[in-house]
Ligand binder design. Sequence first.
Ligand code: COA
Length: 377
Amino acid sequence: MKQNMYIKGVGMTKFDYSQKYWWQFAYEAAVDALKDAKLGISQIDAIVFTGMSSAAGGEHQTHKVSFLSGLFKTNVPIIEVPSVCGGGGVALWTALHLEGFKNILVLAGEKLVDNKSEIVVDYILSAAERVMEQTEGMLFPVQNALIWQQYVKKYGGSMDDLSLIAFKNHTNAALNPNAYFYNRPMDLEKVKNSPVVSSPLRLMDCSLSINGGAAAVVSIEPSDIEVIGSGFVTDYILTFERDDITHFKATKLAAKAAYTQAGITPKDVNVAEVHDAFTSVELISYEDLGFAEEGKGGELIRSGKINLKGEMPVNTSGGLKAKGHPISATGLAQVFEIVNQLRGKCGERQVSNPKIGLTHNIGGAGGSVTVHIFKKI
Ligand code: COA
């Protein structure tokens, strides 16, 4: 970012299985964000869109920037930046680095779940490497089970720690009206005894595939929320080509860039949305983001420090686990949560007086990662 950048407004839909088109989710989220920013579409100078599902389900619509021009009745530049599960964060990063625009709408809409589970799972697999991973059936639960097995071999680590992460995120989601699991807290024993999906990961270790949209309005004009750090790093698509698979190098580097730019350390963060595609990814990310020392992520979840009433709550929204994970919309839904936490607008799940919040969004199994840091002015 060459200049100071601010968030003027945020919006999102409820995450659920409703069978609207991807663009309806995007439209609803955009209207919500524009209302929050107190702007009309005519005051938006550019749009950055991210999505993955729009060509799924036989819709056959790839010229989405032109489609969105008609939807919003605008002729401004519209840029599409797909980056699978990391799309929302990459779209935000792109908007923050565009020059010459006053207000930019950042937008995502996904109708991911439009068919039987096995078809949705196969569609998500398109985010993995084509020749080796896809043909070997390296679904994301499988990739992450292998990563977790290597982590356990090197550092130890217990499934009970992962269950505590799922339990925490379900507890938070029960307080979030936009979350799929709103008003439905999960029993810890039920988490621990859920069916095995890819050993040792269980159903309750996996994020919940869902539909939804999210949006944010980024501006060079000062607002109550400043973006003080923005890091984006990529890594090889073949997970097993990387030097160390027990951690996500791209997270470490993106976090370093964001902290340096913001002039803060991990200790200064008051609230964070961490990419819990799997509970193991959340635990490993505590370490990659500097919230815990290497190998000590389990201690952090056991300490209670990152629970809602703890020193630095993580995934107050319910996270990908229990709010739900509509692929590209996830990164912007994280921004929605952090901005509302900093504004003190999160109701029953409000953290006490946070000043600095962080979002962490991963594409694939660590192949594209963004970290953003927000400050209440
Ligand atoms: N946690 C809690 N509940 C879940 C769930 C999850 N991860 N996944 C599905 N469910 C629930 C559904 O809400 C549904 O409940 P309902 O009947 O009350 O509506 C029920 O289980 C059946 O849904 P279905 O989609 O048929 O589930 P499934 O058992 O086939 O799917 C997984 C389970 C693990 C395959 C699926 O959750 C999954 O693929 N998760 C990972 C997604 C992913 O890889 N994302 C990319 C990350 S990099």
